[in-house]
Each structure stands twice: as C-alpha cells, then as structure tokens.
Ligand binder design. Structure first.
Ligand code: ASP
Length: 339
C-alpha cells in the first residue's frame, strides 16, 4: 500500500466565497477534505500537512519554497510520494523551483490545484486531486513510476519545470510547448515512460539557498533606453532573464547592445529566453541575435521563463562562479531544457 503525503499550501482548490465580500478565501484542510469523502475509498495510506499561512499563490515567495522543500526533506523517508495542493497562478514557478532544490529526487512530487473551488458542483478540483494522488502512488516493480516534480492538471501530467500557466479560465490551464506529456489520464493512466526522468542516484540533497537578485526584461518594439539603464543600475542585481522575440532576437540599435554589454562587463548575467510559448532560442540564426552572442548574452535554448527564474535563483544561491553559472545555464540539470 503506497503512502502519500498531501501538502496543502492554498490556492483556489481549497477556497470558498466569503459571503460578506464575495471574494474567495482559503478553507482549512479539514473543511477541504469534507468535500472529498471519496478519498477515504483509496487503498493508500494518506496523510496531510498544511503549510501555514495558506496562500493565494500570487503571494508565493522563495522563502515559502524553502518551507515546502523542508517539509518534503523531513518526511521524505516516510512516504512513497507527495501531492502538493497549490494555487495555479504561480504553480509553474514553485514546481520549477522545487525541481532544482530537490537534487537526486527519487519519489514523485505531484503538484495540482484547480480553476474552480472544490465546493462548487462543476469543480475541476476533484479530478485533479484524485488523479494527482493516483500518479503519486503509482508503482512499477516496487519503484515509483514518476520520480520527478510534475504538474497534474486537466487529465494531463507535465514536467513541472517545462510548464507555464497559459489560460486563466479553461480547465486546461497549463501548457508545455517544448516537452511531451509525462502521462495522459483517461480510462487508464497512460505513462510516457521514455520521457519520465530516472530516479536520482545519490541521496536526496535539498538546496535551500536561493538568491533572488534577479529581474526579467521583456522586450517590446519601442522599449526605451532609460528602462534598460534603470534596470541594469538596480543595486545588487546579479542576473537578468531577457525575454526576446522569436528564436532569441532583439533590436540591433547601438544603445541597446551597449547597455547589455556594459551590464555584462559589470558582472550581470543575461540569459536569453524566447517570448514564444514553444520553440527555442538560437542565437546567430538571424542577424538580430548574432551580436548578443558576441557580447556574452547566454542562450537559454527552450527553457521557460518560470524555470529560468528559479534555476538562476538556485545557481546564484549555490555560490557558483560566473563561469560555472554560464556553463550550468546551458546544461540541463533536471530536464528543464533541450541541449
Ligand atoms: N489565485 C489562485 C492562486 O493561484 C488561482 C488558483 O488557484 O487557480 O492561488
């Protein structure tokens, strides 16, 4: 009998309408559980842990990721798998962060949430929750089928660090443009074994130093020099994720390239990721990205912005040198990018 720990962090899945204000507020786990008596029919040993305070995931913060990773670390030997109930808004960031923080993971950490609160008749919470438990508990030859950080939503299982929330309304809220589904849920749960990570070989190592001295720069036609100047002069800034056009393209104006060059010269890491939901950065493919490579902008291949943010926080927190960080940003550490 698989043993599963459900970690409740907040999000719509456990919310109800406040009769006075009409806005959504979180339920305690006991109340949430009341809506799912069917869980008692599972042949798994299920336990619960609530992280205090419950969050709307828009209030998510790296310090909370450390709390969550610590719960998994402390309970790791006692459970076969973990289900994390989390708001969908920043779920892709938390799942990406956990994938980097949990080195040598050998057990499933399955995130789920919902678009409608569990108390509503038409909710998607029930299916998502039940599927996530089934997947976290799935074993083959005595080993977990999905020993990685994944997101289970709308009958699909995605690699956590390959996923973005792309729809604020549909039950199918998540998308993974550059990596196949890890599983599809129908009458059977069909696992895509060839694309699921192998369990880590060593002992689980939990990295808890995250450095958030980073920023995202989303390019748009007409972006002003002053915007770049003020961003790059942010005190303590160590890295910038630059969301470029298409296959990693950017303006070729002298002032633009000069701003990037002087930021890089001052030690700021600039990682080039695409604004597109699918496809990869290929610096040098077009004239508009040749110079970026020359001045030392790092190509992020097909990494998502969510994954880039958390990978940088992890690498900077680990204290790697600039040269090591540059190399690791171009290396797939947890299956987060195609190299
Ligand atoms: N605002 C909610 C959250 O992310 C939305 C959701 O759970 O889907 O916490």
């Amino acid at each position: 009998m698989s043993s599963i720990l459900i970690i409740y962090t907040g999000g719509t899945i456990g919310m109800v309408k406040d009769p006075k204000s009409g806005s959504l507020k979180p339920l305690t786990f006991e109340n949430l559980y009341r809506y799912l008596p069917v869980l008692e029919n599972f042949h798994y040993d299920i336990s619960f842990h609530t992280i205090d305070p419950l969050l709307d995931s828009s209030n998510m913060h790296p310090s909370f990721w450390v709390k969550l990773a610590t719960v998994i670390e402390e309970k790791y030997d006692h459970y076969d798998g973990f289900v994390v109930l989390h708001g969908s808004d920043t779920m892709a960031y938390t799942a990406s962060a956990l994938s980097f923080m949990l080195e040598n993971l050998g057990k499933p950490v399955i995130f789920t949430g919902s678009q409608l609160p569990i108390g509503l008749v038409r909710t998607d919470a029930r299916e998502n929750f039940i599927n996530a438990i089934e997947i976290a508990a799935a074993m083959q030859d005595g080993r977990p089928v999905v020993p990685e950080v994944a997101i289970c939503f709308d009958d699909k299982l995605f690699r956590g660090n390959r996923t973005s929330k792309l729809n604020a309304e549909n039950f199918g809220a998540f998308y993974s443009g550059n990596y196949p589904l890890l599983a599809e849920v129908g009458v059977h749960i069909r696992y895509n074994h060839a694309h699921i990570l192998k369990p880590g070989k060593g002992k689980l190592t939990v990295h808890k130093c995250l450095d958030d001295s980073i920023a995202i720069l989303k390019l748009f036609p007409g972006i002003h020099e002053n915007v770049l100047r003020s961003l790059f002069s942010t005190p303590g800034l160590r890295a910038v994720i630059m969301e470029t056009f298409g296959a990693g393209n950017a303006p070729t104006a002298a002032w633009f390239l000069e701003s990037l060059r002087s930021a890089i010269d001052s030690g700021i890491v600039i990682l080039n990721v695409t604004q597109c939901a699918g496809g990869a950065v290929e610096m040098g493919k077009y004239e508009t990205s040749v110079e970026l490579g020359r001045i030392g902008v790092i190509g992020g291949s097909d990494i998502t912005t969510e994954s880039a943010v958390t990978k940088l926080m992890y690498l900077l927190g680990c204290g790697f040198t600039a040269a090591e960080t540059t190399k690791l940003l171009q290396t797939s550490l947890r299956g987060e990018m195609t190299v």
